[in-house]
Design a protein around this ligand. Structure first.
Ligand code: PXP
Length: 245
């Protein structure tokens, strides 16, 4: 069965909207750790958070608490900077996903250019691998990027599904073909295939035609649905669609 990873960044976005400069002693809400607990109890397989350099949503303390609560199910997204690498090596989450980061973007807009930054990424991935952390690269579905992931000995590629999620109905088949061929290539190279970005209950069935999918990481839409139906039900609704494959 394909696994569901829940990205809870935007729960922290909601908290930060009110408590960014919190000083009055009330407990900031909502609490990402309580949400992670609920997601896992509802059947989610892993929890993803992105500790951004600008700390716009998830904070260091959230990640440390998640490490204590569910380290073996924690996928930590990071930019490949020395400070973030140091943080990851001290925390040792189950998985680290290296992502590009741009302060002006609303969300992670594109994949990491692993082919271009292969030399600077090499020591980062070596250290993560040596620490026993599953290393993932968030990549656009381009053959040269998958080649780079293989040359870097990454364990996982997470295919950026933004091209598919943002496509018009006419463009969608071509984006699916691209993603399928990237998934095939990764599998041939013995790299685990994850995918994420912009996935919703409505577009998931089409995406499930991708071969070799291991984990889908879903954030904004799952949390949006949760505001209406509750977090437990939202996780179960996404799992119900994913398990149709
Ligand atoms: N995977 C990665 C690597 C991400 O950075 C994100 C957030 O942009 C997601 C998955 C989840 O994307 P979304 O919030 O659009 O579901």
């Amino acid at each position: 069965m394909i696994r569901l990873g829940v990205n809870i960044d935007h729960l922290a976005t909601l908290r930060q909207a009110r408590y960014r400069n919190h000083t009055n002693g009330a407990s900031p809400e909502p609490d990402p750790v309580a949400a992670a607990r609920l997601c896992l109890a509802a059947g989610a397989h892993s929890i993803t958070v992105h500790l951004r350099e600008d700390r716009r949503h998830i904070q260091d303390e959230d990640v440390l608490r998640l490490g204590r609560e569910c380290r073996e199910k924690l996928n930590l997204e990071l930019a490949a900077t020395p400070a973030m690498l140091d943080f990851a090596l001290r925390l040792k989450p189950a998985e680290v996903c290296l992502v590009p980061e741009n302060r002006t973007e609303v969300t992670t807009e594109g994949g990491l250019d692993a082919a271009r930054h292969i030399e600077s990424l090499r020591p980062v991935i070596q250290q993560l691998n040596a620490a026993g952390i599953l290393t993932s690269l968030f990549l656009s579905p381009e053959p040269h990027q998958i080649e780079a992931a293989s040359a870097l000995h990454a364990h996982v590629v997470e295919l950026h599904t933004g091209c598919f999620a943002d496509a018009t109905p006419a463009q969608r088949p071509a984006t699916l073909e691209k993603l399928k061929s990237a998934a095939e290539q990764s599998h041939r190279l013995k790299i685990q295939v994850n995918a994420g970005h912009g996935l919703r209950l409505s577009n998931l069935p089409a995406l499930l035609s991708l071969p070799h999918l291991h984990t889908l990481n879903i954030g904004h839409s799952l949390l949006s649905h949760a505001i209406i139906v509750g977090l437990d039900r939202s996780v179960r609704d996404f799992l119900a669609v994913i398990s149709q494959k």
